[in-house]
Design a protein around this ligand. Structure first.
Ligand code: 5AD
Ligand code: SF4
Length: 440
């Protein structure tokens, strides 16, 4: 259509960012913009950025550099998300062709900011810091998957772990009304969604502003929405993880049998330096609750290798913790010093090569644990949600309730469509995926 305003949006970072982008896309479409697939085809080029580690942060500057020549052709650039909030107006100094810098706590003002850019403003900012109490709610979310969708239940973070940028980039913790969350879940179910993933930097500190439901009660209520077959939630903080969450999973079949509980380190000393507010023993107590559930609940975690002050003995304690918990997945990261964070000024005697070495050891150690864990699924029949097909392998790609990838074959002529649930018998396993055959 001639004269239609267009935008390109690329997203970096976590699921919160992916979902924020869905809301931003919906908002832009509502303002008359059409989304295009390349920078060259767009009037407005947006990057939704991540600053959790230095590598993630550098990506946006590389991208801006690659495409800056397009500014002369009249295209405008906007930096959104965590790097935007963290760097603020400094982005205009480093990349003068950028016209918009906005953190996630200011997205509710996007319509006004867009109008300013259209009117020729060159330095538009949305940099609400930790003062704002408001959440970004919109009915125009452009969800990319018609079967499985995110719902934000809490924004921001008040934890201030020593290594983490999030409290500075996403603002103060603010929960959404449980009634509003449920209304969105019901609307999604009515339009065909069967899986919902509740999102927040720390979902366990969810506090209904109307005081109607605890987090576990909200989980239960979403799990009881007619048509919803799977409910997931991420991320949990061990300090705020309560036993009633496990009871909810036991009591409501739609709640998936998976908990992601980031531990970060197996050493109580390092946990104290990180400001995590729990010890190894307290963490293991929570793992005990999860393991004593009636259903087998899969547990995954995040670990940081080489935090300042981590000795060889501390690192060894992380390895023994992996043995004890028997995780089904570990996201391991090398410590990356971040702006504004307390750990930036902590004495760090661990050499960079040593941090890399520990990361490598961690990943190899976990691979063997996972190999053994995944093998236990052989012979089981697992309900699998179809995500697509892998034509090269002649396999259907699916996901189990425990969030494991299950690639399977079927004797039917036409492969089951995405979103369909199929019982699959597991015949073979790898450390990161399962293989099976559909049960007719
Ligand atoms: N360096 C390395 N890893 C980090 N994470 C958060 N901040 C840092 C950092 N400065 C990891 C944590 C968190 C995950 C999302 O990213 O493990 O749980
Ligand atoms: Fe990256 Fe953290 Fe921001 Fe998510 S919240 S985009 S992981 S910095």
């Amino acid at each position: 259509m001639a004269g239609q305003k267009t935008f390109y949006l690329e997203t970096f970072g976590c699921q919160m960012n992916v979902h924020d982008s869905e809301k931003v896309i919906g908002t832009l479409e509502q303002q008359g913009y059409a989304r295009v697939e390349t920078e060259e085809a767009a009037d407005l080029i947006l990057y939704n950025t991540c600053s959790i580690r230095d590598k993630a942060e550098q990506k946006v500057f590389h991208r801006l550099n690659d495409y800056k020549a397009l500014y002369k052709k009249g295209k405008r650039f906007g930096v959104l998300g965590c790097v935007a909030q963290q760097e603020g107006e400094r982005i205009f100094e480093r990349a003068p062709y950028v016209s918009l810098v906005s953190g996630s706590a200011s997205y509710r003002k996007l319509p006004e900011m867009l109008v300013q850019i259209e009117n020729g403003a060159t330095r538009v900012t949305g940099l609400d810091d930790r003062q704002t109490e408001e959440t970004f709610e919109t009915e125009f979310t452009a969800r990319s998957n018609p079967h499985r969708g995110y719902i934000t239940i809490i924004e921001g973070c008040d934890k201030f772990c020593a290594y983490c940028v999030v409290p500075y980039t996403r603002g103060k913790e603010r929960s959404r009304r449980s009634e509003s969350v449920l209304a969105e879940a019901r609307r999604m179910a009515e339009t065909g969604f069967t899986e919902i993933q509740l999102l927040g930097q720390n979902v366990n500190s969810y506090k209904d502003p109307e005081g109607k439901r605890s987090f576990a009660e909200l989980l239960t209520a979403v799990g009881e929405v007619p048509g919803i077959r799977r409910v997931r939630f991420t991320t949990s903080h061990p300090r705020d993880f309560t036993r009633d969450i496990v009871e909810a999973i036991d009591g409501v079949p739609a709640l998936c049998d998976h908990v992601h509980l980031p531990v970060q380190s197996g050493s109580s000393k390092v946990l104290r330096l990180m400001g995590r507010e729990y010890t190894r023993e307290q963490y293991l107590e929570r793992i005990g609750w999860i393991k004593s559930a009636k259903r087998a609940i899969s547990i995954t975690t995040d670990v940081i290798a080489g935090f300042p002050g981590e000795t060889a003995e501390d690192f060894e304690e992380t390895l023994t913790l992996l043995n004890e918990v028997q995780y089904d997945g570990v996201f391991a990261f090398k410590y990356s010093p971040r702006p504004n964070t307390p750990s930036l000024s902590m004495p760090d005697s661990v050499a960079d090569e040593e941090k890399s070495r520990r990361l490598q050891i961690l990943m190899e150690h976990q691979r063997e644990i996972q190999r053994a864990n995944y093998e236990k699924h052989v012979g089981q029949v697992l309900e699998t949600m179809v995500e697509g097909v892998n034509p090269a392998r002649g396999q259907v790609v699916g996901r189990t309730s425990q969030n494991k990838t299950l690639n399977f074959t079927t004797t039917q002529l036409i492969a089951p469509a995405p979103g369909v649930y199929v019982p699959v018998r597991v015949t073979k396993t790898f450390p990161n995926s399962l293989v099976g055959e559909a049960v007719q």
